[in-house]
Design a protein around this ligand. Sequence first.
Ligand code: ATP
Ligand code: MG
Length: 364
Amino acid sequence: MATHKLLLLPGDGIGPEVMREVEKIVGWFRKRGVGFETETDLVGGSAYDAHGKAISEAAMGRAQAADAVLFGAVGGPKWDSVPYDVRPEAGLLRLRKDLGLFANLRPAICYPALADASSLKREVVEGLDIVIVRELTGGVYFGEPKELVTLENGQQRAVDTQVYTTGEIERIARVAFDLARKRRNKVSSSEKMNVMKTGVLWRQVVSRIGKAEYADVELEHVLADNCAMQLVRNPKQFDVIVTDNLFGDILSDIAAMLTGSLGMLPSASLGAEDPKTGKRKALYEPVHGSAPDIAGKGLANPIAMVGSFGMALRYSFGLIDEADRLEKAIANVLASGVRTKDIAAPGTNAVGTQDVGDAIVKEL
Ligand code: ATP
Ligand code: MG
């Protein structure tokens, strides 16, 4: 039996609460013969309290050795004044950097059960199913020079630099094209080549990779501002959107809000493929944060965390049937009306975090 090594990093706030529900589901699959091996460690504020830093070297070692890391959420008011380089978020940044997680995949899926906008009191897009592939380790967030200096005339000057190399664009493009092949076979690449040199290079490289290696996948180019507009106007025209770090940050938040709730959205961050084993380092986490306002009350919606485990089944372990089965179970649970407060229709009874986990296991 193949074993799949999972490192669980529940973190802070609602992180441990939603991770507990994933553990139930891991347990269900294990009983049916899927070889999961799990370890658990601290990250974020809880790691700071125990070790004085946001992730210990031992936990980093475990992350390196794991086939996939499941990450809950970090941070909270308790740690608002800890020094910058050991703040809870530093744990996640360290993981991203050391594991080389350059591709961030954020699906925006609107479950049919939640498509009734009036029940949620907000607009959602029925049947939406798109993925934003965001470059995560380059671009303007990391480019040098990056500085804020005071000039001789007393003015201040701030500089951020957008840098991309051919290789960085090639590898993110391949992630997007590979993903599109498993979906509806369409990639929309987004940049601003009309005003940015990095945009010119981005378009050139994505076009070349598309023609040379993925002629079977439809490729279109959309300027990032137009992409934002199209996402709101007619989001279902998209399948996979691939874009840089900055635009991806913004576009994926727009896409998120087309689906109804923050508590529903999973994400994956993938590293380079090991040429020997064909495996990628990977970290899976819900899009939401530690939600201090509801932590410890058993109110959190665990579906984003459970869905993140579903992505691990699909992308790290190649357990496609199992991933489909889990997604179907989630959809059925939602359809049956079992919902936490964030997605419950007004006037209906909301259930707790554990009830949703139990219902998913039962549905499985
Ligand atoms: P961060 O800075 O970590 O992103 P944030 O404050 O921006 O944190 P969240 O912690 O995600 O964002 O919380 C935003 C709001 O959404 C809060 O009111 C929180 O209670 C709610 N929320 C977030 N996740 C969930 C969830 N899983 N279930 C229910 N409500 C949630
Ligand atoms: Mg936030």
